[in-house]
Design a protein around this ligand. Sequence first.
Ligand code: ZN
Ligand code: FE
Length: 257
Amino acid sequence: MKIIPVPAFRDNYIWLVHDGRHALVVDPGDAVAVEDALRHLGLELGAILVTHHHPDHTGGLAALLARRGVPVFGPAGEAIEQVDHPVFDGDEIRIASPGIALRVLEVPGHTAGHIAFVGIDSEPGLVFCGDTLFSAGCGRLFEGSPAQMQHSLARLAALPPDTRVYCTHEYTLSNLAFARVAEPHNPERDAWAAHCEALRARGEPTLPSTIGRERAINPFLRCDQPGVIDTVAAHAGRRPQDALECLADLRAWKDSF
Ligand code: ZN
Ligand code: FE
């Protein structure tokens, strides 16, 4: 089983999972990019997964489905016209071609019904987390509260450390620029930043990351750490009372960074 990024727009990745014959795609915002990749690799599309309703994740659905009938799994809590398999938290999806099994995790915050897909039996683990968790960052709170995002990030952070994190945007370097300010002393983060800068200089993706790495370097998963709390306090002019308030202040700070 191979997982490859299909670049779209400015900084989106449409993840394509294939076994050499059949493919599934996650968050196909752009049908042309997906059709080109399928043709180039000689693959037949077998299923589509959608994490949330934003157009850069759903814009290619109509055109892809106009040429074929494949199941579209997406959040039951969001109105996405082409989703014919609405899924809830805890649902298990088994796709025959390509052969992959996934468990649904509801992770609201970026949008109200955002879901992630967690690999079952994949070794090491994997998660398609859309715009909820990015490397060194998290999604903006367009529809959810800081408390929802905190809970969602905690659910993702609780996955095994070697779980590969397939998020949907190449935001890593700009997130790392903020992370450097939010938590000045973090040698593991500095090493990851150097690695990512080299990857981007060669035009390569920085993803997937892993849950273990994100726990070590991502300030949004580190709102209980003194190194993050201190800078958030200095920036906000008051000390956050708890990790939730720290996350809320950190998110607001990043929004205007
Ligand atoms: Zn989004
Ligand atoms: Fe997006």
